[in-house]
Design a protein around this ligand. Structure first.
Ligand code: OFO
Length: 173
């Protein structure tokens, strides 16, 4: 059955949103790399890769449904932050906005009676719950470290070991 045109457009927009998130997290990784926190940088690089994989899930779905993939431009991400806490706050806010996008997409798929799209989006709904929880956990830890550089360096070591879960856990999903 042909994919509903409104849903196809919204799915292409979501590919763009996921690749945009990938670019934002890569910019955050660069900020940590430039500020002597390589563990956080590694963690954000992993998340950047995950977001690209999320975009590719939707890309593959469009291909399977014989619908056109239409890639769009990606804006330059913010490069400057005042602190690790500010980065994590921005990342959590971004995840929340992605959750709202996924929910809106699911609602559209429901109203257009696009059942296989709803099925595909179930994975994203669960993923967003996990991602928000994970980013909130890291933000709490950064908050607890406060302005103490030594605390932040200790936390950086934990981040390198994958705080919360492996950055690449999507590969097994
Ligand atoms: Fe971090 O989220 Fe994609 O969907």
């Amino acid at each position: 059955m042909t994919l509903n045109a409104n849903v196809a457009t919204a799915l292409n927009n979501q590919i763009n949103a996921e690749l945009n998130a990938s670019y934002i997290y890569l910019s955050m990784a660069a900020w940590f790399d430039n500020n002597g926190l390589p563990g956080f940088a590694q963690w954000f690089r992993g998340h950047s890769t995950e977001e690209t994989e999320h975009g590719m899930r939707i890309y593959d779905f469009l291909v399977r449904r014989d619908a056109p993939v239409e890639l769009q431009g990606i804006a330059a991400p913010q490069a400057d932050y005042s602190s690790a806490k500010e980065v994590l706050e921005a990342a959590l806010a971004h995840e929340r906005s992605v959750t709202a996008q996924i929910n809106a997409l699911f609602e559209l798929a429901q109203s257009e009676r696009e059942f296989s799209t709803q099925n595909m989006l179930q994975w994203f709904i669960e993923e967003q719950t996990e991602e928000e929880d994970l980013f909130r956990t890291v933000l709490d830890q950064v908050d607890a470290a406060g302005d103490n550089r030594w605390n932040l360096l200790l936390l950086d070591k934990e981040m390198a070991n994958g705080l919360g879960r492996d950055a690449g856990s999507d590969a097994e999903a």
